[in-house]
Ligand binder design. Sequence first.
Ligand SMILES: [Mg+2]
Length: 468
Amino acid sequence: MSARILVVDDVPSNVKLLEARLAAEYYEVRTAQSGPAALELAPVWAPDLILLDVMMPGMDGFEVCARLKANGATEHIPIVMVTALGESCERVRGLEAGADDFLTKPVDDETLFARVRSLVRLKRILDEWRLRAETTSQLGVRLRQEPAPSVRGTRAVALVVDTLEWQRVAAALAAEGIGADRVTNGHEAMARLTSAGCDLVLLDLRLASEDPLRLASRLRAEEATRDTPVLLLAEPNHRQLLFRGFDLGANDYILRPLDANELRVRARNQIRRKLYQDRLRADLAYSISLAVTDPLTGLHNQRYLRGHLKSLLASLQAGGGVLAAMMLDLDHFKSINDRYGHAAGDAALQAVATAIRKQVRLFDTVARYGGEEFAIVMPGATAADAAVAAERLRREIAGLRFEPLPGVTHALTISIGVAAVGAEEVDDGEAAAEILLRRADEALYQAKRQGRNQVVVLQNEGEHVSAA
Ligand SMILES: [Mg+2]
């Protein structure tokens, strides 16, 4: 997997060395020799990872990191800080600034490439969500621009072997407001994770009763836990296990002896990233629902109805059965607008939508088809079934008390056209959908022509039968 890597270091020989090693593995590398140069290049070049020296004159790595994470254009880029010291307090400071990990100079190739691969892969997943979110924002849906969500109240599941260590882990997480549940084996872990939500899994590589990496791999395979970050608790001699863990999709790790602050901040960073991804996903679901919903009535729109009808008819063709459609029109809608204003017109449409919602079955699909026109698709209904439902709806609306202005009442009526189709008539879902809607529309036109406030059922092509 190739990726773009930005190497930032004030010492030219360090830059050259890292650049050569990364380029040899076919990574695309660019370099910056100061913090300001990195801040200038990162948003423009959009690297997949930044290797950032801690000690630099002027602006140090911590500040560069914090600035990159504070900028919406670069906040999602993973940052690995490269340090000469490797002190715990320094790691915590970097993690607090938003760094994803640390490498200690001199950096060995195996560790470097294991971390690069893992972080780039995790970024790609996030990129996918970001891209979808961007696409929907181009559709006119505004995405929320909120600060990083708080991790208070989130929950972690910890598979920790040692009881004393578990107590220290729970206390460290509690300091960030993260609640934790302990499990002691893979079976318990899966049961807990699939039954209730969880924002982070801590997995102890010392687990001896079973292979902890098998569990890590299962977490990635299961739908419920696919996107839950996994933080490995490892011994310094667990290097090879860690590398395999990264390849299996683990997100982060912490080495023993556990430093409570480091654990707290690593846990927090991982949960923040998950909450960010959850938010992108929720925004996407919301924008999809907006794209298929009529804002005035809350019903589906024509685009959704056509798409859904097409799939219903395709499954009808495969599985047999019948399906009916109704087209409805609010009679004399223009005169409501003209006499009482557009707000009254909107209120009339909303009243009709509410009445329709009350009358249809759970699995019927209702859409505002356009202007004052509505459509209902009724799977499993014959023309006769739909005619009964249509007549009930017509009466319901004729009986509504609609007040366009205070103290003024106006009688609302609708005309309805009904048509149905059987599996034997469907060759192609899309064509059948067009034909069915056209026939319901013809019946509606007939109902209008015959004086409105009535139901017309189109039995066969061209044969109109008034049902009321
Ligand atoms: Mg330096």
